[in-house]
Design a protein around this ligand. Structure first.
Ligand code: GZL
Length: 310
């Protein structure tokens, strides 16, 4: 019993000692802000000192933050990579310093997978597929779609487009007639949607909007209403993140569907790092979080369930 007790005490003490540097992208969306909030909660639960650096969506600021964490000699680094490329050099410096790196909610393109211990993300290709399949069913395979893409070069934008394109490819009369990045923000999403509406006969040619996140969709909904059309009926909406405001829009009949993305990527990441540091347990390369479709029938309840977290 004594040995077991000391092991438990050791592991608890060990978690207490851990300091982790988190290079966070910014606060570009409601989901991102919630992910940051949840990261702090999850770290506090485990007695871990989590130092969060906000990069204002700039890769150079993330690289600077990683170098600073290496200089501080943190026990591990969390990275939510704003784009998928350009990380090999700085992650090689972390590897050289023997500091394990965990990717949160986005992935990187690299020939050297040893540059990170594990990635905690949803399946963003699947999210795009779910969105495309829902729209195909809703419109019986006939729809002129405008697409608001996420941040150019980010893994969720690349993957959510890939999954959606594959899902609609089997329907000859489902076409993306306009596509542009709204950088995952409400403001840009509204601005791009305004240009789509102007270019498409005031929106009369548009059957649906597919937005890679709910925040861009919230902006698009405002633009559609200002153009005198009804979002959710004149123009259908499908987006991803499952943030409270999209559930509010669904409950008000102004949005049709969203695909869940949990903001709790840090919990599984912290558990993986504790196990790795404590007993050398090597986690799988990908720790996948669940994604599922939500429709208006449960919107009011889902809004209540989430509102305090955002
Ligand atoms: C996806 C995540 C995206 C969210 C956006 O995993 O990286 O970043 O969908 C956020 O809301 O900007």
């Amino acid at each position: 019993a004594a040995t077991a007790l000391s092991a438990v005490a050791l592991s608890a003490a060990h978690a207490e000692d851990l300091t982790i540097g988190f290079s966070q992208i910014g606060s570009e969306s409601g989901w991102r802000a919630a992910e940051t909030k949840v990261s702090k909660i999850e770290a506090d639960k485990r007695g871990i000192d989590l130092k969060i650096a906000d990069a204002q969506q700039k890769q150079e600021n993330q690289i600077k933050a990683i170098r600073s964490f290496i200089a501080q000699g943190v026990d591990a680094i969390f990275l939510a990579p704003v784009v998928a490329t350009g990380w090999d050099a700085v992650l090689a410096e972390a590897k050289e310093a023997e500091i394990p790196v965990v990717l949160l909610d986005r992935t990187i393109d690299t020939p050297d997978e040893s540059l990170y211990l594990t990635a905690v993300t949803s399946d963003t290709v699947y999210e795009g597929k779910v969105a495309g399949e829902w729209l195909a069913e809703k419109t019986a395979g006939k729809c002129a779609i405008v697409e608001l893409q996420g941040t150019v070069g980010s893994s969720p934008a690349i993957n959510r487009k890939k999954g959606f394109d594959e899902a609609i490819a089997v329907h000859a009369e489902m076409k993306i007639i306009r596509t542009q990045s709204g950088d995952f923000t409400r403001a840009k999403g509204k601005e791009v949607m305004e240009s789509f509406l102007k270019a498409e006969n005031g929106g009369k040619n548009i059957c649906a909007v597919y937005a890679h996140n709910d925040d861009m969709m919230i902006g698009a909904i405002q633009a559609i209403k200002e153009a005198g059309l009804k979002p959710g009926s004149d123009i259908l909406t499908i987006s991803i993140d499952a943030v409270p405001d999209i559930f509010k829009a669904m409950a008000d009949g102004e949005a049709n569907a969203t695909v869940e993305l949990t903001p709790n990527m840090a919990g599984p990441a912290l558990d993986a790092i504790i196990a790795y540091k404590k007993d050398g347990t090597v986690p799988p390369k990908w720790i996948q979080t669940e994604s599922r479709l939500y429709l208006p029938d449960t919107a009011a309840a889902e809004y209540d369930a989430r509102k305090d977290l955002y």
